[in-house]
Design a protein around this ligand. Structure first.
Ligand code: HPA
Ligand code: ZN
Length: 320
């Protein structure tokens, strides 16, 4: 089952940067980033807020469109090696050249060029979900939504929100999501990772998203689980991320199987693979080992992911 074609819906482009790639850029720029790596050269952080700090520090060396082009190629090569045929990457203009919003189109063009080359050479498709950062606040999010709306099309197909779920409220971002929706973008929001069921409800009611990033803590409220199942809301579940960051102590404790059994549309993604020492193959292996998922389950998951992909119908049909 590990050789099945995979569709990944939740991957942060910057968060997928291999540590060696970031170290290489730091060296080129004469920047000392040694404090964010451990003795083995992996990203070193303690808990979620510290993870965000290390993540943002790594992003400071992503300075030019060329850096993003090279990053896109490196990330897609790894995904293709894991059997991924379509991936949707969160890209935050806030992290492009230290928030160089005026040059957003240039960053995007470099990402697109690398993606088109990877599609020709490696057979993997990429779509971009422009993502605002919750702890940067609603004003920054509005500007990010403007970037997204101006470049909405067949490559930038979605808008989302990540960052510290503990700060602010979802309703503060409704304006940005309305703008993105009006531009024809499809919507997803991180919720129910650090926040409980109310956070997921807020994402549905205020941001009116069709997918939820994580969403796993919905399991704490049976009425919400029923609502997700009835409304066909798709959860972008990232089990390895949740265990690595301590949302759940182990894979055995992870609610993905209970959500699936309750009829919720679950999918499987890696989030930020090098931070969490994971890959799509490892996620599939762990789910097989822990919950005894067989090939039929993985085929269902891939089909659910393909149907929920933020791409046009013709592309979607090639994934099914
Ligand atoms: N949650 C919130 N924000 C993020 C994450 C995450 O798992 N990964 C990168 N940014
Ligand atoms: Zn995420």
């Amino acid at each position: 089952m590990n050789e099945l074609p995979k569709v990944e819906l939740h991957l942060h482009l910057e968060g997928a940067a291999p540590p060696a790639f970031i170290r290489g850029l730091a060296r080129e720029q004469g920047v000392d980033l040694s404090g964010i790596f451990d003795a083995q050269g992996n990203y070193a952080y303690r808990g979620f807020v510290d993870f965000l700090r290390v993540y943002e520090a790594a992003c400071t060396v992503l300075r030019t469109p060329r850096d993003f082009g090279r990053l896109t190629r490196a990330v897609l090569e790894q995904s293709a090696e894991n059997g991924v045929i379509h991936t949707e990457a969160f890209v935050s203009p806030d992290f492009c050249g230290g928030r160089d919003l005026g040059a957003w189109r240039e960053y995007l063009a470099a990402i697109r060029e690398a993606a088109e080359e990877a599609e020709r050479e490696l057979g993997i498709g990429l779509r971009v979900i422009v993502t605002c950062i919750r702890h940067f606040g609603p004003d920054a999010a509005r500007q990010t939504a403007r970037c997204a709306a101006e470049t909405a099309g067949d490559f930038v197909t979605g808008f989302g929100i990540g960052g510290d779920e503990g700060q602010g409220s979802k309703a503060d971002f409704a304006w940005s999501f309305d703008m993105a929706r009006e531009a024809g973008l499809r919507l997803t929001a991180h919720a129910g990772e650090w926040g409980g069921p109310d956070s997921v409800r807020d994402a549905l009611d205020h941001l009116r998203v069709e997918r939820i990033g994580h969403g796993v803590r919905a399991i704490e409220d049976p009425a919400l689980v029923d609502r997700l199942a009835e409304d066909g809301i798709v959860l972008e579940v990232c089990p390895g991320s949740n265990v690595a960051l301590g949302v759940y102590p182990s894979m055995r404790d992870h609610p993905i199987e209970r959500l699936r059994k309750a009829g919720v549309k679950v999918t499987v993604s890696t989030d930020d693979p090098p931070f969490f020492h994971t890959t799509m193959r490892q996620e599939y292996d762990a789910l097989h080992r822990t919950f005894d998922w067989d090939e039929g389950v993985f085929r269902d998951i891939a089909a659910t992911s393909a149907r929920a992909a933020f791409c046009d119908a013709a592309t979607r049909d090639t994934l099914l």
